[in-house]
Design a binder for this molecule. Structure first.
Ligand code: DGJ
Length: 735
């Protein structure tokens, strides 16, 4: 068991392979204090670290109780009685009382991990993880709060969630319920976060932590292109391979707040959860509210260690379904090939080229339904446009099937066009505020997915389409942020529940889809990478990374994405040149190498390729079949970052058995002194010999690791190489 309770010290201990997390029960009153999180410590008498004296615990000085509340490291802080830092829980009673503070009531420790009803969450059996369920209470209100902590046996991750139970006997209103809090000392930390916009998702930001509150958030109703529900405290001296990192990531796809607050004597409070702005939840007596899950990762081996923990956790304990352990099919998507301008024959032509080259699936993107020939109409009218596609999707999918291609389909279930039959019949199905003109984005409005009848209507129409054709893959798109967030079906006092109810509705629909079509490969997408988060990964093992398909911009986008998310979750396609996003032209080979580590495909008109480009496709597909599994299932290392050095980029994946390593190198700018650069290759077995596919040279893992690998000598810009190191033999252990 990786969790235990020391009754003499009243200390809970959670261990993962390299980390220890300690919680203490303080005083007769039973405050839950945070003691320690960090490098694994074997000692069983760690209660001495509790801040009893300096934060004046009531047993030490009850005269100065306010100072205690305002400085003591709390495990899950309430508000209104003296803690001026960010609250995790805020409650209002019918009389307007706004205060709560939690103390210990009881606990249980058990193997495995409970499900979070209606929400995405990591999972694991008794052999994988242990859970501490700490029951706390506000004694004045009679409120019950359960704090869940799951420690994984083989991964340095602790997953947390919170359930509030209204045992007060009266209705209450929750106005803040965050999912995790970490009160800790500052260790000269930098704050690491991911930012961006459409086409520049997940750019890495690392800066010195300052006083006050700083962090990331979204109030867009989606996790967003702009900020990721991820933040990490990184020791100022930490590098890719060394130093301590404390990271949090939110298993949720809607509004969030991730924040670090440096307060008073320089101590820190790090929190993550649903953003309290525009949030409330009304609880009748006996009702419960389940907050989403927050993942905490600790690494004492720098950023690579953090990344490995997230990748292993998400691949092994978040992604589900038949594709969890299966290679993802290569595909061609017609979006950048045709946009809305297609018919059956044009798609079949692309299909013929795809089949001849060995591509496995064709995905029909936006424009197959209603009268949608541009983005001005028809969202919500999920019936096939037989003018464009005579014989419908069944005929198309059967014809593709005869060529040996599987069929995938794009849908955007959460949206409605004002110019649609659905909107004309049910204008109240859209989010909008009576008397105010709703804000359009891409000519569309957001459906009120919080309403069951709306979900049922949309789901049934999409279900009918999928049942009609032989659909192996669905790309679930979502192309705008929420605005005018008002539901015709909710009482005025419940409107603050709408953002979260919307997310619960989306999750319910995706779960239903997976239940009805258990073999389906689902890919989430949101205007590119606007909803690339662990919540979505619970339903779809892969997500479209960005609408920016330029190979060079993608280096940065994929670097930020892979910092947290496994390569097996990143949709990555070879697109046409000049790039539709930035007009840059790059060699076909480089586009292939940049896409190879992700879920590989083509996003261009295969009928318009040059003979030389066409001839390269079978080789790219062979590389994907051979090395895709190493990128997808192995350990990922960032060797060099183009966003940092502005010249070249290199990543490496090492198979778990350390017998094969694949290096993806891109020389973005030609530069004389690259000739003398050697990059160290971590992750190899030091006493094993490996042969390089680039030079044929054989060296030990130690030589590649400490001596490094000279960069390939390439002449020109935007050039790339895939270098494979294969194990040749094991050296005898040194005497
Ligand atoms: C946004 C997606 O990111 C694109 O790949 C494409 O599917 C379009 N939507 C279609 O409208």
């Amino acid at each position: 068991m990786s969790i235990s309770y020391n009754a003499a010290e009243r200390v809970f201990r959670l261990d993962t392979p390299n980390s220890t997390y300690l919680i203490g029960i303080v005083d007769a009153e039973g405050f839950l204090g945070h003691i320690y999180y960090g490098h694994r410590i074997p000692d069983d008498n760690m209660g001495y670290l509790l801040r009893l004296e300096e934060s004046r615990a009531p047993s030490v000085n009850n005269r100065e109780r306010l100072s205690f509340y305002d400085a003591f490291p709390m495990e899950y802080p309430g508000h209104g009685v003296g803690d001026q830092r960010q609250a995790c829980l805020s409650v209002e009673t019918p009389k307007g009382y706004r205060a709560c503070g939690l103390t210990y009531r009881s606990h249980t420790i058990y193997g495995g991990k409970p499900k979070l009803e209606g929400l995405p969450a990591t999972y694991g059996g008794a052999g994988d993880c242990t859970t501490l369920e700490l029951t706390a209470e506000d004694r004045t209100l009679g409120l019950t709060v359960r704090l869940f902590y799951t420690a994984f046996e083989k991964i340095d991750a602790i997953c947390r969630s919170v359930r509030v139970e209204n045992t007060t006997g009266k209705p209450i209103r929750l106005t803040t319920v965050l999912s995790a809090c970490l009160d800790m000392d500052n260790q000269n930390f930098d704050l690491l976060t991911l930012h961006g916009s459409w086409g520049t998702e997940r750019m890495i930001s690392r800066k010195k932590l300052g006083w006050g509150k700083q962090g990331v958030s979204s109030l867009r109703g989606i996790s967003s292109h702009q900020e990721q529900p991820f933040l990490a405290l990184v020791e100022g001296s930490a590098t890719q391979t060394q130093g301590q990192v404390y990271a949090m990531n939110f298993v949720y796809s809607g509004n969030f707040l991730g924040q670090v607050e440096m307060h008073q004597q320089g101590q820190l409070r790090m929190v993550l959860g649903i953003h309290p702005t525009d949030f409330c939840w009304n609880l009748a007596p006996g009702e419960t509210f389940q907050a989403p899950e927050a993942v905490m990762v600790y690494s004492c081996t720098g950023l690579d260690g953090m990344t490995h923990a997230f990748h292993d956790l998400y691949r092994g304990h978040l992604v589900r379904g038949p594709y969890k352990n299966q290679p993802r099919p290569s595909l061609v998507n017609n979006w950048e090939a045709t946009y809305f301008d297609f018919d059956t024959e044009r798609i079949l032509k692309i299909g013929r080229e795809a089949a001849a080259a060995g591509i496995e699936m064709l995905v029909l993107d936006d424009g197959w339904f209603g009268k949608r020939n541009d983005d001005h109409s028809s969202l919500g009218d999920w019936f096939v446009n037989e003018n464009k596609l005579p014989g419908g999707l069944r005929y198309l999918s059967e014809e593709l099937g005869k060529m040996g291609l599987r069929f995938g389909l794009w849908v955007e279930p959460e949206m409605v066009s004002p110019d649609s039959r659905l909107y004309r019949e049910h204008p109240d199905y859209a989010l909008q505020i009576p008397g105010r003109e709703p804000t359009l984005s891409r000519e569309q409005l957001v459906l009120d997915i919080s309403r069951k009848e709306v979900r049922d209507y949309v789901y049934r129409s999409i279900h009918a389409v999928l049942s009609e054709a032989n659909v192996a893959y669905v790309k679930w798109d979502m192309n705008r942020a929420l605005s005018d967030v008002y539901s015709a079906a909710l009482a005025p006092e419940a409107q603050g529940e709408l953002y979260h109810r919307y997310m619960l509705g989306v999750y319910e629909m995706q779960e239903r889809l997976l239940t009805d079509f258990p073999d389906l490969l689902l890919e989430n997408c949101s205007s590119g990478g606007g909803r690339f988060d662990p919540g979505m990964l619970y339903y779809s093992p892969q997500i479209w990374t960005s609408d920016n398909t330029d190979a060079i911009d993608r280096l940065k986008i994929q670097e930020g994405t892979a910092l947290v998310y496994p390569l097996s979750t990143m949709g990555a396609h070879v697109a046409a040149c000049p790039s539709h996003t930035n007009s840059r032209s790059t060699p076909f080979q480089t586009r292939g190498h940049v896409s190879l580590p992700g879920c590989f495909g083509y996003e261009l008109d295969l009928t318009k390729l040059t003979p030389e480009e066409k001839a390269m496709i079978p080789g790219q597909l062979a590389d994907y079949r051979k090395y895709g599994p190493i990128f997808h299932n192995g350990d990922y290392y960032r060797l060099a970052s183009f966003s940092e050095n502005h010249v070249y980029d290199a990543i490496m994946a090492v198979s778990k058995d350390q017998r094969t390593a694949v290096i993806d190198f891109v020389q973005v700018m030609s530069c004389r002194h690259l000739r003398s650069v050697r990059i160290p290759l971590p992750g190899l077995a030091e006493n094993r010999l490996y042969r390089s596919s680039e030079t044929g040279e054989v060296h030990s893992g130690a030589a590649w690791r400490y001596g490094g690998m000279p960069l390939p000598k390439l002449r020109g810009d935007f050039l790339s190489r895939l270098i494979v190191l294969e194990a040749v033999e094991d050296l005898p252990a040194e005497a």
